[in-house]
Design a protein around this ligand. Sequence first.
Ligand SMILES: *Cc1c(COP(=O)(O)O)cnc(C)c1O
Length: 456
Amino acid sequence: MIADDQWRRRDLQVLWHPCTQMAEHPDPLPLLTIASGHGAYLVDHSGKRYLDAVSSWWVNLFGHAEPRIAEAVARQAKKLSQVILAGASHEPAVELAEQLLQLAPRDPDREPLAKVFYADNGSAGIEVALKMAFHWFRNRGDQLRTRFVSLHNGYHGETLGALAVGDVPLYRRVYAPLLAEPLFVRSPDAFGTDPKIASTMALDDLRRTLEQCGETVCAVILEPLVQCAGGMRMHSPDYLKGARALCDQYGVFLIADEIAVGFGRTGTLFACEQAAIQPDFLCLSKGLTGGTLPLAAVITTQSVYDGFLDRSRERAFLHSHSYTGNALACAAALQTLRILKDDAIIETNRERTQWLANAANTLDGHGIVCERRQTGMIVAFELSPDGTPNSEYADPARAGLRAYRYALEHGVLLRPLGNVLYWMPPYCVDQGDIEKLATVTQGAIAELAQHGEWPQ
Ligand SMILES: *Cc1c(COP(=O)(O)O)cnc(C)c1O
């Protein structure tokens, strides 16, 4: 107990936490002090265990302290941790690139994805894709293409370029004066409506936008199948098919941001597979290292790569990060790919997906759950005061915070996105864990239904 409090005090003396109004720490927003993690559980300094229902910000795939990844990283650390990747190479970077290209979504009628560029976090990966798309057109002498098309309610990270193409008001609004304006188009989000209709309407909007402004656009950027930070809003693969076709028709790139949905979250290794599409840029991070080390990969075609080949340095893609292609992170990623294969994760997750569905379907909504939705290993419960879908509803009373506190008290790290409760657990959860998750979520919903200060 004392150790727990001491750590909390020391932390609040010196740390500034991400995505946090620090005035709320430690009350009303609790601050966990985590001593260790094992499997799907985190353990704090008082010995209390928490089921990590959010995979520690969607990064963890196989549980905490996965021994095979720990070993792979330790082995690599004794050989080479980091080397400058400009002008030098190393085994894990090459092997990982080879394997990612083997696994990347493929459309037999297109030129395959053939080149991997590394960055060191998701937002940086998005910056890379945006800059490459823009620069490719420049290198061809096309000066007009200076804009991006992005989706309402999308999210692509927090650096200024990535934030610019995102549309989560809580993160974007205050920085708006600093941000390049993309062309926002309707989201295919199927919340409260028929997914086919939502997707058709969104495609009409994309078509209109490209018709009007197509020759000023370098790329369309989207999160395939699930807009995660935007409240785990889900859409039909039909939209991705249609968007791919429109991008081709208007000669613009398609950037698939699979930073959150990649590596099995949606039921396939990559979400694009479900629409049988291949993007021009595939952005990966989060689960890439099984949730152990920061790394991102941007994967593109030989033609994009060739567009930068020249004697002029300015035509080259001079983007870099000090830790680009860090060897420890690449080793962790290689081991992650090995585990995905050895443990047949995509196949064994099918049963887990069914357990999650069963647990979600048996929950009593207490009249405030207006929608429960699932795509693979992601389940979301959208709450509203009267249980009717209302996409404008914003949760000013912080019902989500109440649910968060309730779940922590009951040993589950459930971190709602506003009024959306969701499950996105590591792939090692068993039936017992899912029952616990369901029981605690049920309790949180009941608590909100009875005591939540819902605005009228
Ligand atoms: C998390 C996320 C990012 C940003 O990744 P960071 O590593 O947090 O910078 C980008 N896109 C999507 C879809 C994400 O979920």
